[in-house]
Design a protein around this ligand. Structure first.
Ligand code: PLP
Length: 472
């Protein structure tokens, strides 16, 4: 099936088949907290079990097992590079999370900040893309006698749009770095990154290599999970994301950095495997070639393999070509297959999000934050209902089997900026395996939670941890 724009959409039967790949439907869980983390397909655990038969460290052995594990590990870098249209694996480093990936930029660039420089970020960032810059400017650099400002661009309170004029007014010839979310995990806003790039490039900042312009770091944690990310098209200098938001198990985040930066930047961590073989002396250390210069210590080998294979499995699950299997192979992934898969995910999750917005907005006293109905947004809806605690609503949803999230979602600055007191909202969020029934059940559950809050105050949570229903 295709929509009016020719994007492949998922038919009900296809969605049913996709859901058989996961454990949660058997437990009758209505998983609508996907902006936090998605559910992993069962096939990934089967893969890990099989990989464990040749379990070995990478780059640290001559056994067949070590060589095979190294091949799978390295091929994972290639899969991930293709996924984000990076020129090669040399641009990638593996981390525990988006948070660690962004912190690694902070630590690698730290010594380069000159007295009087500034960093510009926005009020809609996840704390991962604000607190490191706050700490750098307020806590770390002052200890070295350097004064660097952290500046925050505003957003429109009604539409959630990034205020580009304000951003431009903050960026100047002392702006070393502009940090911007690719998609807000609270408002759902997807800032126009081409405009942000243009503002950063035009700053006039003099880089150590003599070229001009500010660096651009994109926090793509939400954007990567819901649409195709193309680092070449974005012309991002740095881009960070985590795999636990796109079907993989927890524990792997990625930092993409332009190769020229990778060459010139000091490593983030120092130790084993990031040094050139044999090149360590009392007075001199030579670093390994890229990308291993940024891979100190034994990495999360199984996590990286599972993450790359999760991408391949996703293409198989939503791809138009049932005869082509990418999962469990190291074949060079076709960029068109990635495009198609992520367009399908975006169209599907986007449709569900609009449906949720329509349903929720019709509830009396309910206010949805961020872009209005019909505008592009990441597949999540955060809201508050007048006179109701978002935590009570989330608990009432849980009692009805609907998994949501209440809190500030680590978008604390944006909650404060909107004057939300306490700084919290309730959020539902969608991905490839959600159905329109999930959305309707979630909306109906919110409606009931608001209509009779007392009914849920005492209610025990839905018992999703019981033994699941047997497979039909
Ligand atoms: N940035 C955004 C926009 C996010 O939504 C999240 C997670 O929710 C993060 C950063 C942090 O990701 P992680 O927990 O993988 O470090």
């Amino acid at each position: 099936m295709s929509d009016a724009q020719g994007v492949r959409t998922l038919a009900a039967r296809e969605l049913e088949l996709i859901r058989t790949e996961f454990a949660f439907p058997l437990r009758e869980r209505i998983v609508t907290n996907n902006a936090a983390s998605t559910q992993p397909p069962l096939a990934l655990f089967a893969l890990l079990r099989d990989v464990s038969e040749t379990y070995e460290n990478v780059h640290r052995g001559q056994s067949d097992a070590s060589i095979r594990t190294t091949e799978m590990f390295e091929a994972s870098f290639d899969t991930i590079a293709t996924w984000i249209n990076a020129p090669s694996r040399r641009t990638l480093s593996m981390h525990r999370s988006t948070t660690e990936a962004i912190n690694s930029v902070m630590y690698s660039l730290m010594a380069d900040f000159r007295d009087g420089d500034n960093v510009v970020t926005t009020l809609m960032e996840h704390n991962s893309n604000y607190v490191p810059w706050h700490a750098l400017c307020r806590e770390i650099l002052p200890r070295f006698g350097r004064s660097v400002q952290c500046r925050l661009a505003r957003f429109d309170h009604e539409t959630g749009e990034l205020d580009l004029a304000h951003l431009a007014s903050l960026v100047d010839e002392r702006t070393k770095l502009v940090c911007c979310t690719g998609g807000s995990n609270f408002l759902g806003t997807k800032p126009p990154l081409d405009a942000v790039r243009a503002i950063a490039s035009a700053s006039g900042y003099r880089r150590p290599d003599g070229t001009r312009g500010s660096l651009l770091l994109v926090d793509a944690a939400q954007r990567f999970a819901s649409s195709r990310v193309d680092v070449e098209a974005l012309d991002a200098d740095f881009l960070a994301f985590s795999f636990h938001k796109l079907l993989a198990p927890f524990g792997v985040g990625i930092l993409y950095a332009k190769e020229s930066l990778r060459e010139s930047m000091p490593p983030f961590l120092y130790g084993g495997d990031m040094i050139a073989e044999g090149q360590v002396y009392p007075d001199r250390v030579e670093y390994n070639e890229l990308p291993w210069k940024f891979s100190a210590g034994t990495p999360n080998i199984l996590g990286v393999i599972a993450s790359a294979q999760a991408l391949r499995l996703l293409v198989d699950l939503v791809g138009a070509d049932p005869g082509r299997a990418w999962f469990r192979t190291d074949d060079a992934l076709a960029p068109e297959a990635v495009d198609e898969a992520m367009s399908t995910v975006a169209a599907h999750a986007g449709f569900l999000t609009q449906r949720a917005m329509e349903g929720l907005s019709a509830i009396d006293g309910l206010h949805v934050y961020g872009p209005p109905l019909g505008a592009e947004r990441t597949p999540l809806v955060a809201f508050n209902v007048r006179g109701h605690s978002p935590f009570d609503i989330a608990r009432a949803l849980n009692a009805q089997g609907v998994e949501s999230r209440a809190g500030c979602h680590c978008a604390t600055l944006a909650h404060h900026e909107l004057g939300i007191e306490p700084a919290a909202s309730c959020r539902v969020s969608f991905t490839v395996y959600n159905t329109r029934e999930d959305v309707d059940l979630a909306v109906a559950a919110v409606r009931r939670a608001v209509a009779s809050p007392e009914a849920f105050r005492q209610a025990p949570p839905a018992d999703v941890l019981r033994d699941p229903a047997p497979l039909a």
